[in-house]
Design a protein around this ligand. Sequence first.
Ligand SMILES: [Zn+2]
Length: 437
Amino acid sequence: MRLYSTLQRELVELPPSPAKIGIYVCGPTVYQRIHVGNARPYVIFLWLRNWLKHRQYEVKLVSNITDVNDKIYVEAAHRSPPIESRKLAEEMSDRYREDTDRLGLGRPDAEPTATETMGEIVAMIAELIAGGHAYEAQGDVYFRVESYGDYGQLSRQKPDQMEDQEPGPLKEDPRDFALWKATKQGEDTSWESPWGKGRPGWHIECSAMAAKLLGPSFEIHGGGLDLVFPHHENELAQSRAAGQEFAHIWMHNGLLRLTGEKMSKSLGNIQTLEQVLKPPPEGWGRETLLLFFMTAHWRSPIDFSIETMDAAQAQANAFREALALDERENPTEEWSRLEQALDDDFNTPLALSILHEWRSRGARSLLFQGLSLFGLNTLKEEARPEVVKLQEERDTARKQRDFQRADELRRHIEKAGWSASDTSSGTVLWPKHERKH
Ligand SMILES: [Zn+2]
């Protein structure tokens, strides 16, 4: 199995299975309900975890919840009436878990929060100060970029190309970034530290959570392409400066794009994960969203629009119909083609094209097994008893050559959300899900 890594700028082989694979993925900052774009890394890394387990690896997937952040303070203060930032973070963490649960892919093996890792965060900052890699300035603590020679190795930027991430009069060097921030007015949550009351910077939170749950050296660090700089560059610098090897492979998923303002408008409010996951006719439902994510390679951008989601919906309906039909062939030796596609940089568009090939050939068992890897086994649905009764009545009407009655029964079946296909063995029912525009 090999995966493309931003750090090495090439495909990197995983150790042969069975081996322990630790994966750390940057999760959401919980200040509002998550956007459908935030669901992409969640889906990709849950799929990857599940695939590696299938390949006999012992995997631990850690995905954090950032519950201490500027955005949370700002949003909590702007609520009417204003609420405690801690309360907002708790509420939005619950919503995040509910929304991602509905993807039906299981949960990460650990979901640490910054709040519960405060002891480790403070200890790591103290260690960096002791090693000369950080300095205190009026209650703030900054990482001393100059002290770490490999700074810029992940994003491959030269020192003079790097913008000032967060301007501040107390910094020795514009490239330095905050590890600890002294409490400012309007911030209602703070922690005691050797440098006074304050709270950690975002980057050190992730470094400390990863080390706590995966140890000083682990296999994969993931997140969106927008996190390469400064977030991941800073995580890598801090952790390595603290003597840890940290992550070996750095996977950055391409971003979800809403092409243009017009597109954004036409989608209206169906941009949160919650809205997209509503079953048709209001949203598209989980199966369509998962198939949509499969259509693009994880490293590529993906365009979210009514057209692309409708295309994914048509694919879901085609799979539903194929799973309801009888098996025509079972070429089990072809399973390895799917394995090869996923083992080679987790190529889901190639895997999807293989699944469609099996679909058109009527290789039903293989298709079901393949879809199950992506949480899409639910595309095979059993009809409710009342719909099955309509199906039986229709078969009887057709046997009696009462085609008027058969057509009438087909309409009843469709009203119940199912489609009827005529086959040599009688009426086959399959569920058709469609969003109304
Ligand atoms: Zn992070």
